[in-house]
Design a protein. Structure first.
Length: 406
């Protein structure tokens, strides 16, 4: 897979034009899409003005508040943001393919959310601490975590594979929303230690309905904790649209807790970088928490066990294809003469090399221990667990018996 195939290169298809590959649906499924969410039933606040520095057409626009946070960005750094997004998407596509080939048990794709993750990830300092969920592959990339470690976890051969304190990047959290409480507690701790670093907690629109998130908002506000809550609103909590969870834009919830909330174009890497820098800096100054809502879209499935064609309309997905975060950054780089064909060609080669390395490393990993799930369930063992282990062992042995019969 080349950069052209993963970065949605020009010419861009208009939102009203269909291609067979755009959704992977059949005519029958399209006919049934009328029962799914359409443009007439949009997410709360979908028309709310976003903080935006780069339009979907790749045009740079000004914002008096947030321009200063990217005013000194160099062409090399702009190319770096683009490179991060392309390589992250390439890695993500390879992981999806590996899962389909039976190499991974599951994969949660970030397709479409690269700008939110790379922009916010590159806004952090080395001494800041990051608490992710399970989809922050781009943030992990920014924090220097080897992407193959992520795949080892989804293969079931490690519990993450990295030391959180080496990269100040916590292990992935599968329990929805609980990492926001961990982040708040950590932020309260570093305040007591007198550190001037900040904490950032990632979660999705679905997690915003969890009680843990509400509790973390309460504690962070009362204790003025230096934490940024970064919500990637990709508008679908698996099959549940945002309008089934909230009557107002998510960022406005911060008002009720007494701290600021902002909504940023989650497909604009420059805006995500600027807004996150602003939020982290105010946290370091002792001004307390901020809620950043990155308004974006999950272009693929929730995970590889999900089929989004069953609950959302093709037209909605097509409209977001025109807002592709990688395409708009490439358009800007080309229009500004910040990148030439040589740069894009080198990046394509680097992308292919990354994909090859990921495939080789994953296929060299051992198979997971099928019986590890029975360990450490009880401190002193349990008769029921022993019985279940024996049943599973008999089930596994049946496959060997079938092979012998042949």
């Amino acid at each position: 897979m080349t950069v052209e195939s993963t970065a949605a290169q020009k010419p861009r298809r208009s939102a009203g034009t269909k291609s067979a590959a755009s959704t992977g649906t059949t005519g029958t499924k399209r006919a049934a899409s009328g029962a799914k969410r359409t443009g007439a039933n949009k997410s709360p606040g979908a028309d709310t003005q976003l903080i935006q520095l780069l339009t979907p057409e790749g045009k740079r626009v000004k914002d008096a508040t947030y321009d200063p946070y990217v005013a000194d960005i160099t062409p090399d750094e702009l190319r770096g943001l683009y490179r991060d997004m392309v390589l992250t998407r390439r890695f993500d596509a390879e992981a999806t393919s590996l899962q389909r080939q039976g190499e991974l048990g599951l994969w949660a794709s970030l397709l479409g959310q690269e700008a939110a993750q790379i922009g916010s990830g590159r806004a952090t300092r080395e001494d800041d601490y990051v608490f992710p969920t399970y989809r922050e592959h781009g943030v992990a990339w920014c924090r220097g975590v080897d992407p193959t470690n992520l795949l080892g976890m989804f293969r079931g051969v490690n519990n993450g594979g990295w030391d959180p304190n080496t990269n100040n990047f916590h292990l992935y959290t599968i329990v929805i929303g609980s990492q926001t409480l961990h982040a708040t507690g950590y932020a309260m701790g570093i305040t007591k230690d007198g550190a001037d670093s900040a904490v950032i907690a990632y979660f999705g629109d679905g997690a915003s309905s969890q009680g843990d998130v509400a509790e973390s908002f309460t504690f962070s506000a009362v204790y003025n904790a230096p934490v940024v809550f970064f919500c990637q609103n990709n508008q679908w909590a698996i099959s549940e649209p945002t309008e089934k969870q909230t009557r107002v834009p998510l960022y406005q919830r911060a008002q009720g807790y007494g701290f600021p909330g902002v909504r940023v174009d989650g497909n604009d890497v420059l805006a995500c970088l600027a807004v996150t820098k602003w939020a982290l800096e105010r946290a370091r100054r002792g001004e307390g928490p901020t809620l950043v809502e990155a308004f974006t879209y999950r272009m693929g499935a929730h995970t590889t066990s999900d089929d989004p064609t069953k609950y959302r309309a093709d037209e909605e997905t097509e409209s977001w294809e025109a807002k592709d975060p990688i395409l708009r950054m490439r358009t800007y780089l080309e229009a500004s003469n910040h990148a030439d064909e040589g740069f894009f060609a080198e990046l394509e080669a680097e992308s292919e090399a990354l994909g090859k390395r990921v495939r080789e490393v994953v296929r060299a990993m051992p198979d997971p221990d099928h019986f590890a799930i029975f360990e450490n369930v009880y401190a002193d063992g349990h008769a029921l667990v022993d019985e279940e282990r024996a049943q599973f062992a008999a089930y596994q042995a049946s496959f060997a018996d079938e092979g012998e019969d042949k």
